[in-house]
Structures are given as C-alpha cells and as structure tokens.
Write a protein that binds this ligand. Sequence first.
Ligand code: IFM
Length: 478
Amino acid sequence: MSVSFPPGFLWGTATAAYQIEGAAREHGRTPSMWDTFSHTPGKIEHGHTGDIATDHVNRRSEDVRLMAYLGIGAYRFSVSWSRVQPTGRGPAVQRGLDFYRGLVDDLLDRGITPVLTLYHWDLPQDLESAGGWPRRETAYRFAEYARIVAEALGDRVKHWITLNEPWCSAFLGYGSGVHAPGQTNPVSALRAAHHLNLGHGLAVDALRGALPPRAQISVSLNLAAVRARTHAPADLDARRRIDALANRIFTGPMLSGAYPEDLFKDTARLTDWSFVHDGDPAAIRRPLDWLGVNYYTPTLVSAPKDPEADRRDGHPDSGHSPWPCADSVAFHQPPGEQTEMGWSVDPSGLYDVLMRYSREAPRLPLVVTENGAAYADKMAADGTVDDPDRISYLHGHLAAVHRALAEGADVRGYFLWSLLDNFEWAHGYTKRFGAVHVDYETQLRTPKASARWYARLASTGVLPDVRDVPALSDLPLA
Ligand code: IFM
C-alpha cells in the first residue's frame, strides 16, 4: 500500500548557525557563548570548534543550489545573534543582516520556503557574561533582537521560530554543563528555563508587532516521549517528574499560561520560584500558529536506585545530571537498535508525541522541525556514501508521522536533521547527522544515499521503499 502525505506538506531540512556557518569573525561578529565554550580546553571532543564548521557563510549559494537540486521544499536555519547584534544589545550590524537577507533571497529564488529560528543556543558572550539566561534581563534583550531581525527580514520570511529546544539551553547549559556556558547549578537551570519561556513570549509579541499579518510564529521544543519501565506507582511517579521537567515546564506556560503545580513541589527544596513574577505566565502564553516538535529517541525511567538502571539519561555525562531531581529518578537505555549517539531507534515515540499534543493542543498544527540520526558514514572508493541505517531510521519515523496523520493529528511538515554533516556540540565533528556528507578538509559536499532517497520523497509526497534510492542523475533538477 502506498503511504502518501497530503498535498502541501512541507518537506524540509534543518541546520543551526553555530553548527554550520564558520566565519566566526566576519561581519563584525563577536564571540557567542559557544565560541567561548568550544575554545575552552576539555569541553569538546578533540578540541573541535565552530570557527570554520562547514564554511556555510562562504558557501551559502552552493548549499542552496544543493537543496534545490535535491528538490527540498523548505529550509530551516537559525540566525547567529552575535552576527547581527554582536554584544546582544544596541544597533544591528547591517553586514550581518545582509548575509541572512542574501540567504533568504537565494532560497526564494529557487522556490525554497525559508523557516527562520531566532535562537539555537548561541547567546552573545557579552550577555552570558552579564548573567545569561538565569538573569531576567536576557529575556528582554531577546525580544529586542527578535524585533531587529523581523524588521530586516519580515518582508521575505513568513515562518518564524523563537527558540530551539529551550530544554537543552537550560538544563544542558546550566545544569549538567555539557553545553555552553558549562554551568552546573540546578537553580540556574530552572531560572534559565523560566527566562527562556519569558523571552519566547516577549519575542512572539515583538514579532507580531513587526511582521505582516500573514506571518506564522512558532517554537521548536524537544518534547520527550517519557516512558516508565513498569506500571509500578514509583516508576509512574518517576515518569511524571521527568515529564514535568522535560515537557510541561515549557508547554505549561506556553500553551496554557501556567507552570504545573507538581513541578513546583518536586523542586521546592531548591527554589521557591520567586523569579516568576506576577503576569509572567500570561506574557509567555502568546498565540502560536503551529508547534515545532523535535524528536530523536524516547526516555525510559524508573524509581530511584533501581538496580537495573544503566545510564544517567542519554546526554553526555559530566558527572552532573541535567535533571534537578536526579536522585528521584533512574534512567535506562531502552532495548534494541541504537544510533551512533547511543540513542535507541523507536519511531513509536514520535507517534506518541504527535498524538499527545494533537490531543492537548487540538487547534495547534504540528510540524516536525527536527528528526534524524547520526551514523558512522564512510565514503567509498568511488566517492559515494551509502547510509542504509539512516534511510531505515527516516523511513520508520516518517511512517510514524503518517500514522499520526491518518489518526487525525494535524501535522503540516517534516524537517530532516540535518542538511549537512556539522558540528555536533560537545561531540565536535565526530557525529555525522547530515543527509549530505561533508569532507571537513576540502569542504566537498556529497549527497549520501539518504539525501537521494529523501529527494524522491520530497518530490512525490509518497514514502519510498528503503531500497528505492535514485541515482543523482535521476533527481528532479539533474
Ligand atoms: O544537533 C542537534 C541540534 O542542534 C538540536 N537538536 C538535536 C540535534 C542532534 O543532537
């Protein structure tokens, strides 16, 4: 039976500024906290940095041509705050804005829909030095930056995303410290989560004020499919705790205008949450046009001190847990196949997340703004890169999206993470998520078999068999 997606379904690929751009000092750009962090010895595998990355700033037109060649309908990219407003306050740098204007024009010229993310983790270092996301002021600076970008690009970009995965910004950045700025303070992580939420709400208002009415505004959350190891009450309670800290800490205020009461209780020994001011929840709950869902793998938990617990939580281990309630939950590696990240392959988690939010936010369309997998891809002697595991991963997850659609979820699009192999944060360049292979010595781009497979899907809207991999010469624009 053929698995067809609705007409108009958005087929895209996604990237983020620090992971691909390079050109760290061009356009008057000053360091973001990721520049500082990646240059700090011991933080990133092999001491890799994003200084050059995939050199996208200098290869922008080539990369857009590649997308067109692959028949990709939409491109999700992020803006580097430090490239357009270097210190995170004050006037914008026109040359930085011009880079993004050029990118958007290149995309539109080729019929590719730009989807712009304002913040994918790279806070200007000056703002981090002034206190970063644990400080309330940062939320106001973010809204001002949102207005600047909207005024510069609002005539061309219809789709806007405020934050990418604020859970990672808050809990990996300020809790476990495996991401920039590398802090390990659970209260700072909770304060950061709140100020990211507030920044999101203020930015939505700033965008609405500066953009034409046709603009579509959203946020991308890495919503977790949290599963309990058994139905025992203590295991179910562990699931509840992690659901509060992974999902409801964001969806509560953003979609319903309130933090969950159980989150306050679970964290009461750490903080009284007095950093949430009167009126904040209402400022965070601003109308959205769709919700971005990022999904890679489920999270399996049980009661604390479970003797079968075999890992902390699937994120790099710094010796500090990202979760402010780590002692009340044990994390497990789900059984079965894993990607190169050690993440279990389980498309039913994506189905569950899509069904949950189509129930909980029934009028809000959903877009899968990230999904994909890292594998240890190798280039063959003939210059081709075969990645059957990635094709199988994508096939399984797209079948799950289709199943959710068939059961009534209003899913409008899917963005493969990632267009290119790139800088995978604390893992540096050791993990390859791209549909397109990058040789970091020469910057040569080579579409992998998965890129060709995805191109067929994007051009037909019909899920191809995993073996149905066209030759490059059979692609739409070849
Ligand atoms: O590379 C990241 C991306 O920046 C955010 N979402 C998860 C991806 C894979 O780890």
